[in-house]
Design a protein around this ligand. Structure first.
Ligand SMILES: *Cc1c(COP(=O)(O)O)cnc(C)c1O
Length: 362
């Protein structure tokens, strides 16, 4: 067991889990078809709706978030999809669609950039598709897509489902499932929700279920129709990881008593602003700069350019002092670092980290 105090683990997933949440997972098992389970699930309905800003019955899967990317593909794409790619997770969405036999057209921009609404409109005019996949906060580059505006563009076209990976945005910045008419919004437990890995969560529109019913061979285990039916009856589809459900229930309650989702967004906004201040005031002199442009930065993960080849060294020097940050992802490995300021972290913990980073990078 480590004795590192809370507030030093800044990966962009998995994020640090509060000891009060961890301990909930030691509770005894319950029958997955019994009353205790349906009470547990029923009790999470409204907090989950508040988190996703939806009136639907949100879906809970005890699988990692990527499984729900596959659910989105299998249930939401009939034959041809436009996949927006601005980093590794956008690429993953496209690859899953391809692996599921869908015809995939990609619209790709450079790492750190995001697809603009006008680009999306042009692509949808040129290419007939029945769905669009996109990643809201691209964890590999720290770029935040203008989701509300992109959703407006998608809705200019009939019968095009909008499937959104909100894994590092949901609970960390505004995601308005119903107001922005998002057809499928998925996240995972180990990012801004600050839970252990292993849960996928999603909200959906009514037309997403209608779409799924029109797609033959959408599979069994990840069939959204059976998930939605089970959710409406406060039932799990199969035997869920009960311990993780205890943790989710507890974390939803902690979140409500800390002011709900809007307070959570606000705290993440303040962490981004603290990061930006630091980069302006100190980071630039140390050879660091943001990869994404000013108004396209994720509220939960900052990807900073560092001097070529120093990424690993900085990461290891931080580790030697007891602080965990991430190296760059994929092709960005050698010249970026990533700081995941999400979950239950606070501005003061982040500022402490930045003080150490300044010493290490000097
Ligand atoms: C972490 C992450 C995923 C994958 O989550 P898993 O739980 O590892 O399957 C997908 N998309 C984004 C944007 C992520 O950050």
């Amino acid at each position: 067991m480590t004795t590192t105090p809370f507030g030093r683990f800044f990966l962009p997933g998995p994020t640090e889990v509060h000891p009060d949440v961890l301990v909930l997972m030691t509770r005894p098992m319950i029958a997955h078809r019994g009353r205790a389970m349906s009470n547990l699930l029923a009790g999470m309905l409204n907090p989950l709706r508040a988190l996703f800003r939806t009136e639907c019955h949100p879906l809970i899967g005890t699988c990692s978030a990527t499984a729900f990317m596959e659910m989105a593909v299998r249930s939401g794409i009939r034959s041809r999809v436009l996949s927006l790619v601005s980093g590794s997770f956008g690429k993953r969405f496209a690859a899953i669609a391809q692996a599921c036999g869908r015809d995939v057209v990609t619209l790709e921009v450079a790492p750190g950039k995001t697809v603009d609404p006008d680009m999306l409109r042009d692509a949808l005019i040129r290419t007939e598709v029945d769905a669009v996949t996109l990643v809201h906060s691209e964890t590999s580059t720290g770029a935040l897509a203008p989701l509300e505006q992109l959703a407006e563009v998608v809705h200019e076209f009939d019968g095009v489902m909008l499937l959104v990976d909100a894994v590092t945005s949901l609970a960390g910045c505004p995601v308005e499932t119903d107001a922005w008419k998002l057809d499928f919004v998925l996240t995972g437990s180990q990012k801004a929700l600050a839970l252990p890995p292993g849960l996928a969560l999603a909200a959906h529109s009514d037309r997403m279920i209608e779409r799924a019913k029109s797609v033959p061979e959408r599979g069994g285990y990840l069939d959204i129709v059976s998930y939605a039916e089970a959710a409406e009856n406060n039932q799990p589809t199969n035997t869920p990881c009960v311990s993780l459900l205890y943790a989710l229930d507890g974390q939803l309650k902690r979140n409500e008593s800390a002011g709900g989702v809007e307070a959570r967004w606000q705290r993440h906004r303040e962490m981004l602003e603290a990061m930006e201040r630091w980069v302006d005031q100190k980071g630039h002199d140390l050879g660091m700069s943001y990869l994404p442009a000013k108004d396209r930065r994720s509220w939960t993960v900052s990807c900073l350019n560092v001097r070529e080849g120093t990424g690993r060294t900085i990461q290891h020097a931080m580790a030697d002092r007891g602080w965990t940050i991430a190296s760059g992802y994929g092709e960005l490995k050698h010249h970026t670092i990533r700081i995941g300021h999400m979950g239950d972290h606070t501005v003061s913990e982040l500022e402490e980290l930045l003080g150490v980073l300044e010493e290490v990078a000097a």
